[in-house]
Design a protein around this ligand. Structure first.
Ligand SMILES: *Cc1c(COP(=O)(O)O)cnc(C)c1O
Length: 332
């Protein structure tokens, strides 16, 4: 298994920052010729990433988080999400396969067929589910959840929603380093914008740091699809800087690597009524992506992100491109 590009870029990290490969990179890039009015649109497709029961961008986070859980001696991973959480499902399938218990604190959001199917898969995954319904009740239950999942003296390894800790965000650093290598190899032109859905922020934050490490001038456009967390660009930049600080603390020599204040732009106008509430614009983008580009999107994240991309592109607000859409959805 090849080492992560981050270890190649910063050899000092090879011994201090463990990595567990769970998928095969680089993920492909291809031109979306059926879409876009003024600029070249491309996709980097994370959908096939991962060797387990679930794909997409969450697997990239687990490649850093699971070996850290092991390093801490944790037996159980405790994390949180919505009823249809892709993050919870990815964690359950990859962590349990590697001998960890998984406990999930879940909160409510609108339930459709997709969410119902996800919930069934979560139930079948072997994870222990604690449905707390609201964020307030989840917070109140936290001490009990920690106590319930302690093993001897070792507490569960707690991960925030979406796995968006400074360490988890390194998953997207790896995606951006791959993109940098693909630009260098002439597979695609240097993008002006790299567009992603923002659900918990780790992906956008990691991409911003990663394009900087890759030496690209590309900026990150984050389409906010979650209104239950604070996800403005200042918050995402702070997470990117915490990831940078983590790399330095583990020994990386990163002179002059700081994410610029304009490295991440966020857009909130495609959220609709809230997290996991589908929108008409998202559903149109989903249909178009399937018909014109053979892309399989879902309604909570990627459909809204592509809708924003297409609307902004049509309005001439993406600086002429080229624009790369990050396909983060990986159904199996
Ligand atoms: C979680 C998720 C995202 C968002 O990534 P974050 O790092 O949580 O912002 C985007 N797309 C899909 C399909 C996801 O499951």
């Amino acid at each position: 298994m090849p080492p992560p590009l981050l270890h190649t870029r910063c050899p000092e990290l090879a011994g201090s920052l463990p990595f567990l490969r769970l998928g095969e990179g680089p993920t492909p890039v291809r031109r979306l010729s059926g879409l876009g009015r003024h600029s070249e649109l491309w996709v980097k497709d994370e959908g096939g990433y991962g060797d387990g029961g679930w794909g997409g961008n969450k697997v990239r986070k687990l490649e850093w988080l699971l070996p850290e859980a092991r390093r801490r001696g944790a037996r159980t991973i405790l994390t949180v999400g919505g009823l249809g959480t892709n993050w919870g499902l990815a964690t359950a399938s990859y962590a349990r396969e590697r001998g960890f218990g998984v406990a999930l604190g879940l909160i409510d959001h609108p339930v459709d067929e997709h969410v119902r199917a996800q919930l069934e898969r979560l139930r079948a995954s072997g994870a222990t589910l604690h449905v707390l319904h609201t964020k307030a009740r989840l917070v109140l239950a936290a001490p009990w959840l920690f106590a319930r999942h302690i093993h001897g003296l070792t507490p569960p390894y707690y991960l925030p929603a979406g796995g968006s800790s400074p360490l988890g965000a390194l998953g997207a650093v790896e995606i951006a380093l791959e993109l940098g290598a693909q630009v260098e190899a002439g597979e695609l032109p240097e993008p002006t914008w790299l567009v992603t859905a923002v659900g918990s922020g780790g992906t956008a934050a990691g991409l911003a740091l990663g394009v900087r490490l890759a030496g690209l001038r590309t900026r990150v456009l984050g389409v906010v699809v979650n209104d239950t967390l604070r996800l403005d660009s200042a918050t995402l930049l702070k997470l990117a800087r915490r990831s940078t600080a983590l790399l330095r603390a583990r020994g990386a020599d990163l002179p002059g690597i700081e994410t610029a204040p304009d490295a991440i732009r966020t857009e909130t106008a495609w959220l609709g009524d809230g997290y996991a509430h589908p929108t008409a614009a998202g559903d149109r983008a989903l249909a178009l992506a399937s018909a014109e580009a053979g892309l399989s999107l879902e309604r909570t994240y990627t459909a809204k992100a592509l809708a924003a991309l297409l609307d902004l592109e049509a309005a001439g607000q993406l600086d002429g491109g080229p624009v790369v859409f990050l396909q983060t959805h990986g159904p199996r």
